[in-house]
Design a protein around this ligand. Structure first.
Ligand SMILES: *Cc1c(COP(=O)(O)O)cnc(C)c1O
Length: 464
């Protein structure tokens, strides 16, 4: 390096980050830059850009975890280089995954929990694909044995999360989704049975429906399918989408029959990163017993060393979330999970009571009979000077993210707001939210929106 550069370099090293030459120009957005830059500088820029994301703790629209114990962060850091697919190189991580599967099988009352099959996934979406595929494969085998055509499979569900729409489209299965009707916002046994035929690969009740947070009646549906089998011989399995509820019901309502205690329930999926309290990136699917997972779907892989059966859509994937899930199981135990979820229910019900008292909202879901959450709509007869989209927009000015959205098929007229109460949403935080809600309502009373009839017909209005 020529000597006369030395002072410049030294000068650069001591520069304040924001006064440095590389940060006083705007950084490339569409092309990878030609040369290296200082890690400290680049870190600062990326870090700063992330400030513009919302504050996840104030995002009351998400079901996913936004608060972690410091020990979880530490374990995630220690696992950053662990590839969960490489079970030969990381046998202990693989062992931990397998323990989690068996603990969940036991939690969900599988008849022989220590022998059950299951696996981790990236979330409930992947888990749902795997559960759905197993149902489709088993149905096809059955039809082939009977010498019947197996080209028109269908799946019956209530108002499902988008992953089931994806499953149906990606795997060419007709989705018979039961529409909402009046005050009935979930599936009923009668509506399920009406749609069953010999091409039905399975029924998917959701434990914690995305739109309303209610539990669908798994036991009643199972009973109705038992009756159907008696009458017609059709033996239709159930897969429970327990994305949220699978990690709540066993702790809060252990007597609720929705899991493998019902013989018709053949598989269950749940999101570790929702009420399983693990960091983002882990879900689970567990089969009632080995025979429900067709061998055809399992691949033997030996090029990582050892011979490993794999059943998943992904290959390489981080192992930290699985380890964190195991940490949570040991750290919290049944009682720890119960306490955390119970306090969330208490806060959700408190919010429902307080929001009802404001007088202009109807409570759609009050935190009872589903997951820890509450939802509300505007009373049809009020004219508060805003609709729920305005309110969602306005409350964002205090950092809160609460989505306003229309219900799915046949109740698109109903626009609601939903508040998820998760680990880390304290009673105090709920009170601060209520204050802000009151402030927004007072603001709109003084500054009514022009379209703001308050009636839901303004739901299609695009604000901005
Ligand atoms: C969140 C959710 C899913 C999708 O789960 P991910 O873990 O986000 O992939 C599926 N079904 C229901 C009922 C859900 O709540």
């Amino acid at each position: 390096m020529p000597l006369h550069y030395k002072s410049t370099v030294e000068g650069n090293l001591l520069d304040d980050i924001y006064a440095s030459t590389d940060l006083s120009v705007s950084l490339p957005k569409y092309k990878i830059p030609k040369n290296e830059q200082s890690p400290r500088h680049v870190y600062q820029v990326v870090h700063d850009e992330l400030m513009l994301d919302g504050n996840s703790r104030q995002n009351l629209a998400t079901f996913c975890q936004t608060w972690m114990e410091p020990e979880i962060r530490q374990l995630m850091d220690e696992c950053i280089d662990k590839n969960m697919i490489d079970k030969d190189e990381y046998p202990q991580s693989a062992e931990i995954e397998s323990r989690c599967v068996h603990m969940l099988a036991d939690l969900w009352n599988a008849p022989q929990a220590t022998k059950t099959l299951g696996c981790s996934t990236t979330g409930s979406s992947e888990a749902a694909m795997l559960g759905g595929m197993a149902m489709k494969w088993r149905w096809r085998e059955k039809m082939e044995e009977l010498g019947k055509p197996a080209d028109k499979p269908n799946l019956i569900c209530g108002p499902v999360q988008v992953c089931w729409h994806k499953f149906a489209r990606y795997w060419d299965v007709e989705l018979r989704e039961i529409p909402m009707e009046g005050d009935r916002l979930i599936m009923t046994p009668e509506e399920v049975v009406k749609r069953c035929d010999e091409n039905t690969i399975g029924v998917v009740p959701t434990l914690g429906v995305t739109f309303t947070c209610q539990y669908e009646p798994v036991q009643a549906v199972s009973d109705a399918l038992d009756q159907l089998q008696k009458e017609t011989g059709l033996d239709i399995p159930i897969h429970v989408d327990g994305a949220s509820g699978g990690f709540i019901a066993p702790f809060i309502e252990p007597e609720l029959l929705w899991d493998f205690r019902l013989p018709r329930v053949q598989s269950i999926n749940a999101s570790g990163h929702k009420f399983g309290l693990a960091p983002l990136g882990v879900g689970w699917v567990v089969w009632r017993s080995e025979e429900y997972l067709p061998q055809d779907l399992i691949f033997e892989v030996n090029y990582l060393g050892g011979n490993m059966p794999t059943f998943a859509l992904n290959f390489s994937r981080p192992g930290g979330q699985i380890v964190a899930q195991y940490y949570n199981f040991l750290r919290l135990g049944i009682e720890g999970y119960r306490k955390i979820h119970q306090s969330c229910y208490d806060t959700a019900r408190y919010l429902a009571d307080q929001i009802e008292k404001i007088g202009i909202f109807d409570i759609i879901y009050n935190g009872r009979g589903g997951i820890p959450a509450m939802s509300f709509c505007l009373k049809p007869e009020v004219s508060p000077g805003f609709n729920l989209f305005d309110l969602s927009d306005r409350i964002r000015s205090r950092g809160w993210q609460i989505a306003a959205y229309a219900m799915p098929a046949e109740r698109e007229d109903l626009v609601i707001m939903r508040i998820l109460v998760r680990h880390g949403v304290s009673r105090d935080l709920a009170d601060l939210l209520l204050d802000d809600l009151q402030r927004c309502i007072a603001y709109f009373a003084k500054n009514p929106m022009q379209h703001g009839s308050g009636s839901e017909e303004s739901s299609g209005f695009s604000h901005g």
